[in-house]
Design a protein around this ligand. Structure first.
Ligand SMILES: [Mg+2]
Length: 346
């Protein structure tokens, strides 16, 4: 049946401003340049995906991604989306050079099949959950501003898990986390240093916060991505769970991290791994009793929708750090989900 065949694949560059500058270790984000990927089937059904490239993590620039449009179209045209694993394999060739395009195309393929079969993507992927809870992120700022934001997110907006960015100054960071913890008693914290600490600093941070009773559930990427030995030393000297984010891009990276005992948690992002490697990473983690969280780059509601459907379908994530759409100015909401504060429903 030709109606499931791919007739066209198009890329469209989209720019979004952040509502306010978003600061993490060593970087301030003011705008995001993303790519909408549209897959059109012979039947006229359309599937959408979004690439949110990260130069910082993946070395991707949007101009390079846009240049791939012609090749991707030529490679996929005529493929039957019911055999989506075959298409995933074609896109796996972009794992190292354009992982966000791989993710967007793989998702757009699933979305087109979903539109053709009237089965939501989260159910095509297993339908484990029909709702998930997300966290909300407090970027690096002055202490009082971080505390005010944390209080608003926890007490007024009802987010039980807060993501806190640290990594630029150990002593200040400890002061900030203690102040936030005092002001938001009962909350859980995912703390992300974005590679900002040395191994020794990370151990000091973990001990200082733990001894003061701060409820840090995950300590994300404290040290530089390629320091696997450092991550392992940290893991066995830290009272709180250690997660890899920037260290964990492909399934091969995660295999090395787990095989070497470097981490308690993996932060999966579709923009690093695509759907195909994310599926492999989930199975690796489940097989080895490694914790899982899911995160995002600077996706709009379209890209967050991808991760929401993936996370709900798979149902394996302890924490859903899927809030980038709330940091961006976006004209219209394009997610295939409903959101009430921290609760996301499909
Ligand atoms: Mg991170």
């Amino acid at each position: 049946m030709k109606m499931y065949e791919i007739q066209d694949v198009t890329f469209e560059l989209k720019k979004y401003e952040f509502s306010e500058p978003f600061r993490i270790t060593g970087w301030i984000h003011n705008e995001a340049e993303n790519v909408d990927v549209k897959v059109v089937l012979k039947s006229g059904k359309i599937g959408m995906g979004e690439a949110s490239p990260s130069y910082r993590v993946n070395g991707e620039k949007v101009s390079a991604l846009m240049a791939l449009q012609k090749d991707v179209k030529e490679m996929l045209i005529g493929s039957d989306v019911r055999n989506y694993r075959r298409i995933f394999e074609i896109m796996d060739g972009f794992s190292r050079t354009a992982p966000s395009v791989k993710a967007a195309v793989q998702y757009a393929i699933l979305d087109s099949l979903s539109m053709a079969t009237e089965m939501p993507v989260y159910q095509m992927l297993g339908g484990s959950k029909s709702e998930i809870k997300i966290d909300k992120t407090v970027g690096i700022d002055e202490l009082n501003k971080m505390v005010e934001k944390a209080k608003r997110f926890y007490h007024e907006e009802g987010y039980e898990t807060l993501k806190i960015k640290v990594g630029e100054n150990l002593k200040e960071d400890v002061r900030k986390i203690l102040a936030i913890s005092d002001a938001t008693k009962g909350a859980s914290y995912v703390v992300d240093a974005n590679q900002g600490y040395s191994v020794k600093e990370a151990i000091q941070f973990a001990n200082a916060t733990y001894e003061n009773g701060v409820n840090i559930v995950v300590f994300e990427q404290p040290v530089i991505w390629n320091n696997l030995d450092g991550l392992k030393i940290l893991r066995y000297n830290s009272p709180i769970p250690i997660a890899a984010d920037e260290s964990a891009k492909t399934k091969y990276d995660v295999y090395e991290l787990i095989r070497n005992g470097c981490v308690d948690f993996i932060n999966i992002k579709l923009m690093k791994s695509g759907i195909s490697d994310a599926l492999s990473i989930v199975e690796l983690a489940k097989t080895t009793d490694t914790g899982l969280m899911i995160g995002c780059m600077s996706e709009s509601s379209l890209g967050i929708s991808q991760s929401v459907h993936f996370a709900a379908g798979i149902g394996a994530f302890a924490y859903h750090d899927l809030d980038s759409h709330m940091l961006l100015k976006e004209r219209g909401f394009r997610g295939k989900f409903k959101q009430e504060g921290e609760l996301i429903k499909l």
